[in-house]
Design a protein around this ligand. Structure first.
Ligand SMILES: Cc1cc2nc3c(=O)[nH]c(=O)nc-3n(C[C@H](O)[C@H](O)[C@H](O)COP(=O)(O)OP(=O)(O)OC[C@H]3O[C@@H](n4cnc5c(N)ncnc54)[C@H](O)[C@@H]3O)c2cc1C
Length: 465
């Protein structure tokens, strides 16, 4: 069955998942009107506000996403927070299909004693700060000489690298001025990364590890005592080229002559250390991290040995995973941190599919996986949208109000929504800032939401961060 009028689709969240889904839908051959709603004045989600500024190759994925949005068949509506500026319920009245692609931007809690002490931070908050997210404070407390980073994924390595890197080595990136100023005041000498398991179980990728070993004037210290392998580890090394490469690189690093380690700053990688407690007081903040040594059990999992180690640190960063925010008006699975769904079809509290409601990206399958995986994910979700249209479940009856009705309502409510042309203006402004900077580069980010909105709508920006 086909439809006799255009299908109106709202995608919520202009990260890679939402943009890829919009692209696939636009190319499906269906007569479709697609609006991509984004709560920030800038699109691209975590590619702009998660990927580290010193990863320009990955940031470059933005160029591919830009091409989709510049074509004109997917219309960006920025500065619209779904759940606040417009409800999901209202969107379902204005559109035939609503696809949630809201991603994740918070930290999974880490329930250990001392986690509420001053000086304990979530990695997601720090990432948002150094990537110039408009909704976090402009200053960051960087007073610690010794810092612990808990977790052994790529985000943990990003956080450790940015904390340890000399700020002058970030001056070729898009990093905002307030971030450089903040990092310049940091007295850090040692960053300690702690992981519960061993070299064959770490989550970071070989590329990120090799990069960490090459940071100028920062030594990556790996300890021989932290090498243990069991049957599960051997199997992991045999079956995954990635694990093999990581173990190989870690082994090379551990074998180095200590005399080679002469840098003024160090990143220490401690494996088989399970974070047990953060020590300190409310008055003085963090003073140390207590970890329990662990050992392999045969299948790659670990158990505690009862041996504890205290490492003096004055700040702790939790980098044990991201977590999605629930969106008002939609069910949420608090255990998995996702909107309950079957292959992207959103399920109600009774487990039944809610017609016309879909999800894609990290909000659909949880905060794991690289940008590329959001594309296959979007493909799956859109295939179900198309199947439901074909089955006559969607796009029947009177044509809904769509974009015109939504923008009229937002304008009437005083929401300063922005559009693609607004982003192009902001993009040009940031590029100009970069070109005119004391250290000329591709772009320097504008951080303040007010300034981003003002520039996008052709007004005087005021303070940029
Ligand atoms: C710190 C970090 C570093 C990373 N580095 C890499 C890397 O180097 N390489 C790589 O391949 N992958 C990397 N990733 C993974 C990659 O960022 C994700 O795979 C990808 O961004 C997930 O896409 P998404 O569209 O589902 O979510 P997101 O990118 O989070 O996009 C979601 C969008 O929805 C918007 N939104 C949220 N709520 C609402 C709402 N209520 N209303 C309107 N809009 C809303 C958000 O503002 C955001 O723009 C990294 C992730 C993190 C956290």
């Amino acid at each position: 069955m086909s439809i006799s009028r255009p299908l109106h689709v709202a995608l919520v969240g202009a990260g890679p998942a939402g943009t890829y889904a919009a692209d696939i839908l636009a190319g499906s051959g269906l007569d479709v009107r697609i609006d991509l709603l984004e709560r920030l004045p800038a699109p691209f989600g975590l590619v702009r506000y998660g990927v580290a500024p010193d990863h320009p190759r990955i940031k470059g994925i933005i160029r591919a996403l830009e091409k989709v949005l510049a074509r004109g068949d997917v219309r960006l509506l920025g500065n619209v927070h779904v759940g606040e500026d417009v409800s999901v319920e209202r969107l379902t009245e204005l559109y035939d299909v609503v696809i949630m692609s809201t991603g994740a931007d918070a930290d999974i809690p880490l329930p250990i004693p001392g986690v509420d002490l001053p000086g304990v931070h979530g990695a997601a908050d720090f990432v948002s700060w150094y990537d110039g997210h408009p909704d976090v404070p402009r200053t960051w407390p960087l007073k610690a000489r010794e810092i612990a980073v808990l977790g052994v994924g790529n985000v943990a390595l990003d956080v450790a690298r940015i904390l340890a890197k000399h700020p002058k080595d970030l001056l070729s990136t898009e990093v905002p001025a307030n971030v450089v100023a903040g990092l310049e005041g940091s007295p850090v000498t040692d960053v300690h990364i702690f992981g519960r398991r061993g070299p064959a179980q770490v989550k970071f990728t070989p590329l990120e590890l090799r990069e960490l070993a090459k940071v100028p004037d920062v030594d990556l210290v790996v300890y021989e005592d932290d090498f243990q392998f069991d049957e599960g580890s051997e199997e992991a090394i045999r079956s995954s080229n990635q694990v093999k490469q990581v173990v190989g690189t870690l082994t090379d690093l551990a074998m180095r002559d200590p005399e080679e380690l002469t840098a003024s700053r160090r990143i220490h990688l401690h494996l088989f250390h399970s974070p047990a407690e953060i020590l300190g007081t409310q008055e003085d903040g963090v003073q140390a991290i207590r970890t329990e040594r662990t050992e392999l059990q045969g299948d790659g999992t670990v158990r505690g040995t009862g041996e504890y180690v205290d490492t003096p640190v004055q700040a702790v960063y939790r980098a044990v995973g991201y977590y999605s925010a629930p969106v008002d008006g939609l069910p949420f699975d608090f255990t998995g941190g996702v909107i309950p769904n079957t292959e992207g079809r959103i399920l109600g509290d009774d487990g039944e599919y809610l017609p016309g409601l879909f999800a894609t990206g990290w909000i659909k399958r949880g905060p794991v996986g690289l940008i590329g995986s959001t594309k296959s994910d979007a493909q799956q979700t859109i295939s179900h949208v198309l199947a439901d249209v074909e089955a006559g479940l969607l796009g029947q009856g009177e044509e809904p109000g769509g974009r015109e009705a939504l923008t009229a309502e937002l304008t009437a409510a005083g929401v300063p929504w922005t559009n693609w042309e607004g982003w192009e203006t902001l993009d040009a402004f940031e590029r100009d800032l970069g070109a005119k900077d004391e250290f000329p580069r591709e772009r320097v980010k504008v951080v303040s939401r007010e300034a981003m909105t003002a520039i996008s709508t052709g007004q005087e920006p005021g303070a940029l961060h």
